[in-house]
Ligand binder design. Structure first.
Ligand SMILES: NC(=O)c1ccc[n+]([C@@H]2O[C@H](COP(=O)([O-])OP(=O)(O)OC[C@H]3O[C@@H](n4cnc5c(N)ncnc54)[C@H](OP(=O)(O)O)[C@@H]3O)[C@@H](O)[C@H]2O)c1
Ligand SMILES: [Zn+2]
Length: 339
């Protein structure tokens, strides 16, 4: 049987192991993808460090996958070998439960699948994905360019386009990491007065280069007060991993403003008085489905939004993951298989 390389984790907190495995066969309704690139998302730490309840090991991480359709299983008519495709966090749904039928695929109560959690992801040369979870990748984007858009891109793009903000509104993007640096670009291209908020002065030139109108250094300035000086934000997307940093921007919302929580922080504090006085909302947002991915890719091609990437070969996965976790990557770390 032909073999492939995969980077697996065998226990919570365990190291990455590069192993040889048989190339898996797609079952009914599934597609096999020859993986070319896979981004490393901070959410992969939930799997690596064992913070996802009930997770089965060994597991191959990775939900920012781009490659080529290599084989299709029984009943798959919409995909053919040779097509360039991607898979994100949303790994499939039943399509027939009440929530799916109303379009709420993340609310699927029968068979919600998460890539790299429910089934093996893209830190490998080949992976199997449900046909329903796959997005077509336009020729204008290379595999390395497209991969980070499958989670970091779609999440920030989708949160912003489904928000109450309208062209010209003041929008804050908290955090300039993998998600944040794309969030700033999408906000700019959607026509918002975009304020980037991050720790330290060193990220200011990068934020400006990405198109931010203003930059707030959360280490030397009070982000809530600074946002109020600018008129108060209609929307703030919080892409950070830290709850205190999220709490510190709540007071920067304008009347009827919304704080959209994207970063998977442990907890945060909300001031009820500020919430009531400003008629604020706080809501969460997760990435999106395959069609949202296609929209994200198309908008990125149209508007020139691109992820800034640091590229590592698959065999250096441990180093690449540490680089992401260090917070020093500018801004997304992407693995390549050489296929
Ligand atoms: N909701 C969803 O669907 C979804 C999708 C993807 C990821 N996520 C989550 O989004 C978060 C960001 O992911 P990522 O891949 O962009 O991570 P990343 O590239 O590692 O960036 C981490 C971000 O967190 C901030 N941060 C880290 N430690 C901090 C601290 N002590 N205080 C304040 N800020 C801190 C950094 O802020 P600075 O810029 O100031 O350095 C940076 O912007 C993660 O929690 C991830 O799990 C959620
Ligand atoms: Zn992700």
């Amino acid at each position: 049987m032909p073999k492939m390389r995969a980077a697996q984790v065998t226990r919570p907190g365990g190291p990455f192991e590069i192993v040889e495995r048989e190339i898996p066969q797609p079952g009914a309704g599934q597609v096999r993808i020859k993986v070319q690139a896979c981004g490393i998302c901070h959410s992969d730490s939930l799997v690596k460090e064992g913070h996802w309840p009930g997770l089965q090991y060994p597991r191959v991480l990775g939900h920012e996958v781009v490659g080529v359709v290599d084989a299709v299983g029984a009943g798959v008519t919409q995909w053919q070998p040779g097509q360039r495709v991607g898979v994100g966090w949303h790994g499939g749904h039943c399509g027939t439960c009440n929530n799916c039928r109303s379009g709420d695929f993340f609310g699927c109560t029968v068979n919600l699948q998460i890539t790299g959690i429910s089934f093996d992801g893209g830190y490998a040369e080949y992976m199997i994905a449900p046909a329903i979870a796959i997005a077509l990748v336009p020729d204008d984007l290379s595999a390395v360019e497209a991969a980070p858009l499958m989670c970091a891109g779609i999440t920030t793009y989708n949160a912003l386009r489904n928000s109450d903000a309208r062209s010209g509104d003041l929008v804050g993007v908290l955090g300039l990491g993998g998600l944040g640096h794309l969030g700033v670009q999408y906000a700019v291209k959607m026509g918002f007065k975009t304020v980037a908020i991050a720790r330290g002065k060193d990220k200011e030139p990068l934020a400006k280069k990405l198109g931010a109108w203003r930059y707030i250094d959360s280490q030397t300035q009070d982000p809530a007060a600074e946002l109020q000086k600018l008129g108060g934000a209609k929307v703030i997307i919080a892409t950070v991993t830290n709850g205190d940093a999220m709490s510190a921007v709540q007071g920067g919302l304008g009347v009827n403003g919304t704080l959209i929580v994207i970063g998977a922080a442990q907890s945060m504090q909300i001031s009820p008085l500020v919430l009531i006085g400003g008629r604020h909302s706080v809501k969460g947002w997760y990435s999106g489905t395959a069609i949202d991915s296609q929209d994200t890719l198309a908008f990125s091609v149209l508007s020139g939004v691109r992820s800034m990437n640091e590229v590592y070969p698959l065999e250096r996965v441990a180093e690449a993951y540490e680089r992401m976790m260090s917070g020093k990557a500018r801004f997304r770390v992407v693995l390549t298989t050489g296929l």
